[in-house]
Every structure is written in structure tokens, then in C-alpha cells.
Design a protein around this ligand. Sequence first.
Ligand SMILES: Cc1ncc(COP(=O)(O)O)c(C=O)c1O
Length: 363
Amino acid sequence: MIEYENLLKANETFLKDYSEIFQKTLNSGWFILGKNVENFEKEFAAYIGNKHCIGVASGLDALIFSLKVFEFKEGREVIVPSNTYIATILSILHCGLKPVLVEADIRTYNIDPFKIEEAITPKTKAVMVVHLYGKCCEMDPIISICKKYNLKLIEDCAQSHGAKYKNRISGTFGDVNAFSFYPTKNLGALGDAGSVNTDDEKIAAVVKSLRNYGSEKKYYNERIGYNSRLDEIQAGFLSIKLKRLDEINFHKRKLAAIYLNELKDDFIKPIVHPDFFDVWHIFNIRHQRRDKLKEYLLKNGIKTEIHYPVPPHKQRAMQGIIEGEFPLSEEIHKTTLSLPISFWHTEDDIYKVIEVMNKYESN
Ligand SMILES: Cc1ncc(COP(=O)(O)O)c(C=O)c1O
């Protein structure tokens, strides 16, 4: 059986270092907002190239704080891709704002930059892009639109640690940029974790306060804050993994190249282009009879996943909230299938998946 993911295997190579930092943190007797968090924030800011990184409790909280800092009035609009994980849209709703969904480009699965302008109204305040599956959005036209209409740009980098567009790393395009370190991510913790990255000192100070009850000075509260702190133990684990993030990404790139070269053309493969340095958080193909293909692969010992089976606008929670029709997103959700591509998979594993897939006769 080739599993889709196995987090024990994905972390096996780090276990000794994890045990050491766990013991060290335990012995320090300091578990919230200490040296480990400070160190990781410095290291991750340096890795991405931001002036500030603020560790928070999850990617969703990172997105919520990325919007909160602008204090947009209730009901103002934020443009967001229709083809994303629901967390992106939830963050907008949690801030009392209106998500305005824009269709995906069916070739990249990311927001279609040429459909953004028609979604702008006098109430539009920001564009929230998502670099889905580990591929950056086409940022040049998006940046131009944000400048032209004076919109804030927020990046959801939950799936794009280390991904680049025209040699520029994701997390450096937006006014504020949100990361998730959910365990399955390319940079994953051993629990929930996230960060907000920015070059803006004022924004950084507000996020620091928001994550800690709205307090800058202990027991003095400046704003209505949250308890959303990255904890010392997770920060320690993340520092260990960050040192090998490039290795993780390069391994996944090598596996993706094998899929791209060897899979037969019956499957719609992701496009690659020299402008994009993809880190393959997810490697998906599309197929008209996706569910049958998934079943066939499982019968032949290969586990796959679907990212995602139901588009956000079709979720029950969104009924009466999301306006518009998004046939391309629906098409993607109906046909997409994610193949094994974890850090621990070997080239042999990938060749085995390919062998089984290339024998598949669809009719
Ligand atoms: C695109 C995207 N945005 C946001 C999130 C939310 O991150 P978290 O699960 O850490 O809250 C995820 C995560 O799973 C995601 O894939």
C-alpha cells in the first residue's frame, strides 16, 4: 500500500532533534512567548525576507489578523478566489467583511487575475490571494490592480512555503502575509500553528497585540484581542524543520518532475512555467471520471485524496452568504485528484503510482 500521507514517516528524520528541543523546553519551565518563539520568528522572517514574523496559533488566525489590522468597516468587500480551502473565506466573514469570489484560471487553479477587475466595487478594500497547491498566483497583474484601485493585498501562503513567482518568494508580495504550519504543510508543526509576516512595523505591533489579548504591556489591554499564540514547543519543532525546508521542497519538486514526465496524457497534469517555482504542497491531476479512478487506485494499493470535494460556495455554511456562480471551480472540484507526494515518498513509490495509473483504461 502506498499511503497518501503518513505524518510519523514525514517526521521520522526529525525525531531525535524534536526530542532534544522538547526536553530543553520542558527543563526551561517557560512555555508561552519565550526564546523558541522569538528565535523561530527571526528565522522565518529571514527565510522569507520579511522584516517581521509574528507566530500565532493557526493559519486561520493568521488570516483573520491580516485583515483585522486594517480595521475595515463592516460590510466592506474582500476579493478572494472561489477555488480555495474554506479557511480563506472564513477569515473574511469572521472580520464582518463580505467575501467576493473570483473564478480560478483552470490551468493554474489559482485566482484568474483577469477576472479581478470586474469584481471591484466602491466597497472593495482588499484582495486576498491564495497560492494553492504550492504554486504562486500570477502576481504582476494582481499587484497592478491593487495599486490602481488602492487595495490592500493579503497573501494566503498556507500552501506555498518557499514557492516563487519570477524569483520572488511568496509572502513578500502582500502588505500582510499569512502562513499555516498545520502538520501536513511543507513546513508543518506537530500541532496547529501559523504566522503573520510583514515589513510594516505598525502592522506587526498590532498583530503582536491581537494574538495576546490585545495587550502590549502585561495586564493593560489596548484592543479587543484574542488568545492566539504560537507556543514554545511548536516553535522549537518549527525551527528544526525550517532548516530543511529547502530540502523538503526540492524532494517534492523531484517527485513532481517524475509525475510530469511519466504520467500519460489521459490525465490533465498541472502546468509548469519558468516564471513559477512550485513547491508542490499538493500534486493533482484532473480526470473526468475522478471517483472511478480513485477507486481503481485504491484497489491497486494507492491512496489518494481530493482537495477539495466541495467548493466553498457550495458548502452548507455558505448558503445565503456567497453570491455568484463558479462553474470552473465546480469543474475543478469534480475532477481533481491529489497523488502521493510527501517528503518521505521515494522515487520508487512515485514510479509505482505511475505504473498503476498508466495502466488505467477509462471508458
Ligand atoms: C489555503 C489555506 N488557507 C488557510 C488554511 C488554514 O490554516 P490552519 O489549518 O492552520 O488554520 C489552510 C489550511 O489548512 C489552507 O490550506
